[in-house]
Design a protein around this ligand. Structure first.
Ligand SMILES: [Fe+2]
Length: 170
């Protein structure tokens, strides 16, 4: 049986586009590579795998910023574990503050990744453009061009990078 085949079937059932499925497979591979490299903190590898595979399940409905919230709704309906729901909800960018969420028209609350698994998925997602893994510097450049170099989301991405790298050193 192909790796991640159950999750791929589920994504197909909810009409997730094939390019999105290819993307989440690439994100999952990178997230698991990061998870295996981390030494300082405990990583729940199965939650990490499921969260990475399902983080974009909401793209079956919308590619807009609401795909996180939409993804939670779909995933809850499928009976997914709460840990996976939070990974889906908090993967947009490097997370969103309540003010940012409100300004974007999302239900106002914090969408900042908190657990190790939430942080790794959000981070890995930023390093995978389509199915291609890019360097942190490339991903940071994309963030800056899109949002402006002084945007708080840029600093949040840098902090996320530094935090995850700090977990890899003993
Ligand atoms: Fe996404």
């Amino acid at each position: 049986m192909k790796e991640n085949s159950i999750e791929i079937e589920t994504l197909k059932k909810v009409n997730c586009p094939l390019d999105v499925i290819a993307h989440v497979e690439a994100v999952t591979k990178l997230a698991l590579d990061i998870g295996m490299t981390v030494k300082v903190v405990e990583v729940d590898m199965e939650t990490l795998r499921l969260g990475a595979m399902y983080h974009d399940i909401g793209r079956s409905q919308t590619h807009g910023i609401a795909h996180g919230v939409e993804g939670v709704r779909i995933a809850r309906g499928l009976g997914f574990d709460e840990k996976v729901l939070y990974i889906i909800e908090r993967h947009i960018g490097s997370g969103l503050t309540m003010d940012e969420a409100r300004a974007l028209g999302l239900p106002p609350k914090d969408y900042l990744p908190e657990t190790v698994e939430e942080k790794i998925v959000a981070y890995a997602d930023n390093l995978v453009v389509g199915v291609k893994v890019v360097t942190f510097e490339e991903a940071l450049g994309r963030f800056k061009r899109r949002l402006g170099s002084q945007n708080p989301a840029v600093f949040r991405f840098i902090n996320l990078h530094e935090e995850i790298y700090s977990w890899m050193k003993l």
